[in-house]
Design a protein around this ligand. Structure first.
Ligand SMILES: *Cc1c(COP(=O)(O)O)cnc(C)c1O
Length: 381
């Protein structure tokens, strides 16, 4: 019997990536600039909004979040609101700027920022003397956050949104692509994301002027002078032209990857449809379109005869199948637990009872059969 590892989400090459990488070598553009870098930026601008936004590709999604905070003017002593239920990369750059995170709970429909807790956080921070400088909102597992409610609050208090769309390339709300809803948007091309450059990210901005500013910071803040002159702190955050070549090939198969990830979600919906106490994380209504980067389930142990997310995880692991608990909320992390938190226990409950299941666009019928056999046996079906 084939017992090779089934991953949660692994790189999936489309076929033409190496052609672009070869071009980089043939023309000696082995540098953090070149035709693949500008080509990938153009591809993304077209994909996201038919060219209405400006995109800068960078060395990682984390770098993009950091530069986003720099561009929004976040600096030492500022407070930045951040969705608690997320990956630590959403939060760490707040500290790079010497600012403080204010964590906010999720709501049950999209597992993302709860509008009620968000507004409570903003009004309380203002009452305590400091208006938050930015709101970091995340589209977890590719499901868009409550776009309209969050935007209305941000506008009412005049606070910019940094949209962490690292997991949501290919997702949309009312036909508009994720990555274009924030004052600044962020994408990731890490190895486990929906497309990859082996490591990389992008920053999405409304104007070319802002993009030029981002690229300025990302290339060591070099002033216009024949010698190296600097008037501001800079970073080395640009993407290599070799990696961007992988990205150009991946853009050709992005929509295919979205379709296949969504098919994995349908597979799990079907598998669990008659199982009491287990629900597959799905969009709340047809305004939302999710890439379902990872398929996730929520288990109610009171209704499953003792099945928990941990027992299911171990059953899968025994068969060499990777699964993973949902993101552990940031306000519960040892390194972040002393910072303010607003909300109830939604994120905490999701973490305790949620599990991400193998979701890659490269999973085969044989992989699905193995996953199904293990899960049905485990659940006693
Ligand atoms: C992956 C991810 C990031 C970071 O992206 P990198 O490219 O790995 O630096 C940020 N936020 C979220 C929600 C992510 O999932």
């Amino acid at each position: 019997m084939n017992n090779s590892k089934i991953w949660l989400s692994s790189p999936h090459m489309g076929g033409s990536e190496q052609k672009y990488v070869q071009e980089a070598f043939d023309t000696n553009w082995v540098a953090p600039l070149g035709p693949n870098v500008s080509g990938l930026e153009k591809d993304l601008e077209k994909y996201l909004s038919n060219g209405e936004v400006a995109v800068g590709v960078l060395s990682s999604g984390t770098a993009a979040i950091h530069l986003g905070l720099v561009l929004l003017g976040v600096t030492s002593g500022d407070e930045v609101i951040c969705q608690s239920m997320t990956f630590s990369a959403s939060v760490n750059p707040i500290f790079y700027q010497g600012a403080t995170p204010i964590f906010v709970d999720s709501e049950w429909d999209t597992w993302n920022l709860c509008p009620i807790a968000l507004e409570a956080a903003i009004t309380d921070r203002i009452a305590k003397g400091k208006k938050p400088k930015a709101i970091i909102a995340v589209h977890l597992y590719g499901v868009p956050y409550q776009i309209e409610a969050i935007r209305a609050i941000a506008d009412a208090y005049d606070i910019p949104i940094l949209e962490d769309a690292a997991e949501a390339l290919g997702s949309s709300f009312k036909g508009q692509k994720c990555g274009t809803f924030g004052d600044i948007g962020v994408l990731s091309f890490n190895g486990n994301k929906i497309i990859t450059t082996s490591g990389g990210g992008a920053i999405v901005m409304p104007t070319v002027a802002l993009k030029e500013r981002a690229i300025f910071f990302a290339t060591q803040s070099r002033d216009a002078a024949p010698h190296y002159q600097h008037s501001e702190i800079g970073y080395n955050y640009r993407m290599s032209n070799v990696c961007a070549g992988i990205g150009r090939g991946q853009m050709e198969v992005l929509d295919d990857h979205v379709e296949k990830r969504r098919a994995m979600h349908d597979f799990y919906v079907d598998l669990f449809k008659n199982v009491a106490g287990i629900s597959v994380f799905s969009v709340p209504n047809s305004d939302y379109f999710a890439n379902y980067w990872l398929s996730a389930i929520l288990i109610d142990p009171e209704k499953t005869n003792g099945i928990t997310r941990e027992s299911m995880r171990l059953a899968l692991e025994a068969d060499n199948i990777e699964s993973r608990p949902l993101w552990k909320p940031m306000h519960l992390q040892p390194i972040f637990q002393q910072y303010p938190y607003y909300g109830e226990k939604v994120a905490e409950t999701l973490f305790e009872n949620g599990l991400c299941l193998p979701s890659g666009s490269n999973l085969t019928d044989e992989d699905r059969k193995r996953i199904q056999d293990v899960l049905l046996k485990f659940m006693g079906i």
